[in-house]
Every structure is written in structure tokens, then in C-alpha cells.
Design a protein around this ligand. Structure first.
Ligand code: ZN
Ligand code: ZN
Length: 338
């Protein structure tokens, strides 16, 4: 099979690799769509890598034993390789599995963990079926586009009378706008880049503010009767945005962190949490039981289809990386067989 690789600084290409084979409860999926995520950061930095991607949707082409899927099923591919038997896995919180097995030891193979490839290998229980009325491209939004923010909105119990602040309007932030507006909430979106703010407005944000504006906290308070928003969701991973979320959320509100972050953010336990009564939470992915609801957002949200800004063949991986690295993109979908 072919798969994508980072070959050097700003250099990506295709390489050949053996096809993975079904083993035990792991099935082979022919990848039809591989949504791109943060791989471009490695491409910019020249971090050589041969296993790219963690998002995919496609068709089951090989199984080694009976299970929850069969050959021919169209499926979304959930991330990671959790054990499937620990308390967290059984509860659907597989993303937080404490006993993740070694891929090569379990499968006896080196290939099959990349999603930006023509085939991959995955535990059958992590291959929820795509409803007949949705295309594989549409269903692929159930990965990082809509997944983490679906869970964030669900855990915060965002409702129609609420105002939600969303900081960081890359593809995950844009999906957050879709999930919040789907629930009827009013969205105040924040980013440094004008093109991203424009995309957020097109997706349904009521307001889009410049993160560099020194009056931004006051502006958010002015938009919320001086009280601040009910809920905040950070998708930027920036400590400055973390602080804005904490300061712009009203007393007894909730702040949710979704964007990964390499730096520490200072949190004032007394002022932010005890006296203000804020709840601070982090969210990675979603409980597996949420999949039908994520499909409902894909199907019924008028804005969901606008999340995809380009669909490119994997043969144009270099161009696809350039597109992801630009400031004004939505979700970029790769087609590994084109
Ligand atoms: Zn587990
Ligand atoms: Zn992702």
C-alpha cells in the first residue's frame, strides 16, 4: 500500500509499505477519507515520520474473527489502540485507557496504525458504522472536527439560553461553533486571524472578536450584561486564551480546555475557583456512546458541511500539508486512493 510520510522540513511524500492483515479482534479498514489534523506541525518542523494521522473513515475489507463489524461495512475509525477490557474502556471512555497494549506486540505487525495510508488496522469495537444516508466524507467529521467539542458541549450541558465563548478557531474551534449553535446557544468566537473569525461567523457565531484587542475582556462583558459568558471552551492551547476564558466566564460557570498545550497556565485557586466558583475541565475525545448524536449533528446541522474547506488526493500530500499550515483553512480531507 501507499502511505504519507514527512521526509524533511516542509517535505512530504508517499512511501510504499506492506498491507496490514486482520488479526484477533482487529479488522483491516480500507481508508477512503483521512481528515488531516496537526500533522502539518511536524511537516513545518521537519520531524521525519512514517505513521501519520489519527482520523479516518472507510470500509472494512478483512476480519479475522466474528465481531461488531463485517467485510463491507462503512465505518468511522476511532483514535488510539486501547485495551477494551479495563474499567474506562468498558464505560466507553476508551480514550483514557490505562492499559493500552503495544501495537506491534498485540498485532505481530509493524504496519496499520497510520490513517494517512490506504489501509489500517483497528479493534472492531472502535469502528462504529456509518448511517446509510451519510457519505464517508461527511461521517469523517466524527473524528476531531466535531468529536471533542461535541463531548465538551455535552458535559457542560450547553442549552439555548446560554452564551459560549470559543477561543481558537482552527478546525476544532470551528467544529465547536457548529456544536454550540446546534444546541441553540449564542457563540462569541475569538481568534487572532481575521479569515478564521470570518469562517466562525459563517458557521453561526453571533460575534467574532480579535484576540489581540486589548479591550476584549470588557467587550465580552458588554455583550453579556456585564456578567460574562456561561461557558468557555479553549481550542487554542494558548495560556493567554486560557486566562481570557477564566476571566470572561461568569461566577459558577464552566471552563473547558480542548486545545493541547505545551506551556503551563497559572490558575489562581482562591480567586478563580473557590471565590468565583468556576469549574475547570479538560476534554480529549468523546464517550463511544455519543457516536449516534455526533452523526445527528453531521446530518442536521446546516453548518456542518461547511467545516470541510478542501478535499485533496493523497498523491498531493505536499499541497495538502501546505493547505493545513495556512491560516484560513477549515478541515482538509485526504483521499488515500486518489
Ligand atoms: Zn482499557
Ligand atoms: Zn485530529
Amino acid at each position: 500500500m501507499k502511505k504519507a510520510a514527512i521526509l524533511g522540513e516542509r517535505q512530504a511524500g508517499l512511501i510504499d509499505a506492506p498491507d496490514p492483515k486482520a488479526v484477533k479482534d482487529w479488522a483491516v479498514v480500507k481508508v477512503e477519507t483521512a481528515p488531516m489534523c496537526t500533522e502539518y506541525k511536524g511537516w513545518l518542523g521537519g520531524w521525519k515520520a512514517e505513521n501519520l494521522g489519527h482520523e479516518a473513515a472507510g470500509v472494512v475489507v478483512d476480519v479475522a474473527q466474528e465481531g461488531s463489524v463485517k467485510v463491507g461495512d462503512r465505518v468511522v475509525v476511532m483514535p488510539q489502540y486501547p485495551c477494551g477490557v479495563c474499567e474506562l474502556c468498558v464505560a466507553g471512555e476508551y480514550i483514557h485507557c490505562e492499559n493500552t497494549p503495544n501495537f506491534e506486540t498485540y498485532s505481530g505487525q509493524k504496519e496499520g496504525r497510520a490513517t494517512m495510508a490506504q489501509y489500517l488496522l483497528k479493534p472492531m469495537r472502535l469502528l462504529p458504522k456509518i448511517p446509510d444516508d451519510l457519505t464517508i466524507d461527511q461521517a469523517s467529521l466524527a473524528c476531531c472536527s466535531l468529536g471533542p467539542s461535541y463531548s465538551a458541549m455535552d458535559r457542560m450541558n450547553v442549552k439555548p439560553f446560554d452564551t459560549v465563548l470559543i477561543t481558537g478557531l482552527g478546525p476544532v474551534g470551528q467544529g465547536s461553533v457548529v456544536n454550540a449553535t446546534f444546541r441553540g446557544a449564542r457563540v462569541i468566537a475569538v481568534d487572532l486571524v481575521e479569515a478564521r473569525r470570518d469562517r466562525a461567523k459563517q458557521l453561526g457565531a453571533a460575534e467574532a472578536l480579535d484576540a489581540a484587542d486589548e479591550q476584549i475582556l470588557q467587550k465580552i462583558r458588554d455583550l453579556t450584561d456585564g456578567r460574562g459568558v456561561n461557558y468557555s471552551l479553549d481550542c487554542s492551547g494558548s495560556p493567554k486564551a486560557h486566562r481570557l476564558c477564566i476571566d470572561a466566564t461568569r461566577r459558577k460557570g464552566i471552563v473547558m480546555f480542548v486545545g493541547e498545550c505545551g506551556e503551563d497556565t497559572a490558575i489562581r485557586i482562591s480567586q478563580d475557583m473557590i471565590r468565583k466558583g468556576l469549574t475547570l475541565m479538560g476534554n480529549w475525545h468523546y464517550n463511544l456512546s455519543g457516536f449516534p448524536n455526533v452523526m445527528k449533528v453531521v446530518r442536521e446541522s446546516p453548518a456542518a458541511k461547511s467545516l470541510v474547506s478542501s478535499v485533496l488526493p493523497m498523491s498531493e500530500i505536499q499541497k495538502a500539508m501546505e493547505t493545513c499550515a495556512s491560516d484560513d483553512t477549515g478541515k482538509v480531507l485526504l483521499h488515500p486512493w486518489e
